[in-house]
Every structure is written in structure tokens, then in C-alpha cells.
Ligand binder design. Sequence first.
Ligand SMILES: [Zn+2]
Length: 381
Amino acid sequence: MAAGPVHETLAALDLVDHHCHGAVTAGLDRAGFESLLTEGEAWPGVSPFDSPVGLAVRRHCAPLLDLPRHASPDAYLARRSELGAAEVNRRFLRAAGTGVFCVDTGYAPRPATTPAELAAAADAVAYEIVRLEGVAEAVAAGGVEPDAYAEAFRTAAWEAVRRPGVVGVKSVAAYRTGFDLDPARPSAEEVTRAARSWSARGGRLDDPVLVRHLLWTAVDLGRPLQLHTGFGDSDLRLHRADPARLTDWLHLTAGTIPVLLLHCWPYQRQAAYLSAVFERVYLDVGLTLHHVGPARAGAILAEALEITPFRKLLYSSDACGPAEFHHLGALSFRQGLAGLLQERVDADEVALPDALRIARWTGRDNARRVYGLPGEPGDDG
Ligand SMILES: [Zn+2]
């Protein structure tokens, strides 16, 4: 394995994973595990293990279960069951070497660790990110008159972000409408009308006026806003999740809240552009990191870093489901970033102290700064 001062610094860095989810708490059989390996589905005759992330699990996760590298899927899952979910989670979460997790608690298709449970298993600290669509849908489910919706949502969102341990909010507008929205703040009359038709129709929040209203409410809350962009499951229309489509909204909201573009792939270059021209825009390439594995993480990070200012890139795993992903995300990030920075140091394009600063900023300090997390004094220099 490659070595050198940049690899050593990144290998030892206490990461801040600014966007992840809980780890599944139940045991997983082969079908269950395979369904979580893919953003698609486990189609008949095609194992999700036969994919880049499947190979990465067998290569980089098997040794943590005391198996040889590249163990077969059957051997891997047999050992996983033998150890049990709690021990498997503990091993991968500790191996992640992550000091802080910011956990999106709004999406858990299977029973998963709470932020406190995740923190205990990882021997780390966990904060919470509130998913605003969940807040809006709870308000609607509680029964509210259309003309009282805006105020009820606003009150519920404020209550949610004031809870101890909450450090930011998130929206999945990309999934619900995409970003081709009128960027302006909707009027009270528009919101009431939209709330009326939503309450008649029911279901999840996917009305374009109410999604816009949600994004503007996030601005009023004043907390960092995470936005899903790019890569996701088949519920997404990928082209509508291109963050460049947010440009007009970013102009209108410039100078307000930090906006964190999550995942971004394959639009990491568009996201990089936005982070280079809007003061309060940040990005990560989470989710993609473990799907491409350490073998390609450096290439994705290199594209993200072509023009991203170094205080604007954050680390996230976007691990959701098996704790393997909390580990693989961290490993892919460390190895990918170390590889590309060391290469530039070797070519004398970057001085070693600058490379080490970039590593600490992206892996830890940028997130501390954006979310106002506690850290060692002087680390953020
Ligand atoms: Zn996520």
C-alpha cells in the first residue's frame, strides 16, 4: 500500500462524517444484504456483489471479519451472521476512525441505530440532521387547515432544530420535484392554495410550491442546509438533481445559510463550480465514495477538487444500511485523497504543509467550521 506523510496524516485523522445514516441493527441474510449493496435492486440472476461496491466489500471489509481479502460472498455473509449485527457494527464503525457523525434521522427503511447508538458503537460523537420533508409531512398528518399550514410547519421546524444535538437540516427536494423550481419565495396565498390541494390529495410532499416554501423556510431557520444532489436510488430523476439547476435560487439566497451539496456525482464538477462562485456553497462526494471504492475514489475527488476552494469540500460517507459503508466511505476518502495529494507533492505542485492542511480541512475542519462543532482550538487555522 502507498505510504508517505499525506497517507499517514489522513490515515490518522479523526474524520467528521457530515452526512450519514444509522447502521442496520438486525442481522441480514444474503437477500437482505444484497438489497442494501445497491441503489437499484437485486435483479434475478445478477448478484449486487458483482459490482464495484461488492468487490470493495469483499476486499476491504472481509479482513475486519477475520476473513481473507476477497472472501466469497457466501463466506462473508456466513461470518457476518456468526458475529451478529452488534459486533459487526462495532467493528466497522470503529474501523471508520470517525470522531463525529452528523446523522440524517429522516430515512430508515430498516431498523437502524439512533445517533446515540451509532456514537456508542463507534466510540464517537453524533449530532442530528433534521429532514424537513419529514417535519412537513408530520404536520400534514397531524391535521392542519390549509391557511394554517405555513405557520404550523414553521413552528414545527423551529422546534425540531432547537432540540439538543441538532446541527443542521436537510431537504430531498431533488427527489420530490427536482431543482427546476421557480426560485422565488412563494406568497402566502400560493402556499395556502398548494396546501389545500396537498391535503385533498394526501401522500408525500411533492408539490412544487410547498417544496419551494420548504427551502425558503430552511433559509429562515438559519441552520446549515444539506441538499441531496446527484446520485441516489431509482426514485430519483437524475437530470433534475443536477445542482447547477439551483443557480437562480442560490443567487436569491446568497449571503444567508450555508448550503451543502451532498453526493453530487456525476455532477461533482457542477457542484465544484457552484462552490467556487457562491460564498456559502459547499460539497461532498459521499455515497459515491463507497460505490466506486478506494480504486476510483481518488478520480472522483480529483474532479471535485479541480476548482473547489479547499475550505469548501467536506467528507461524508452517506452510509445508509450496512455499517460496512461507514468504514468503506472513510477508507475510500482517506486513500483517494491521500493518493492525489501525495502525487501533487511528489510533482512539486503542492508543498507538503499545504497538502496536510487540505487533508485536515476536508476530512475534519471544514465541517467543524460550517456546523459550529467543537474542536481543538487552533485546529481550524
Ligand atoms: Zn443520505
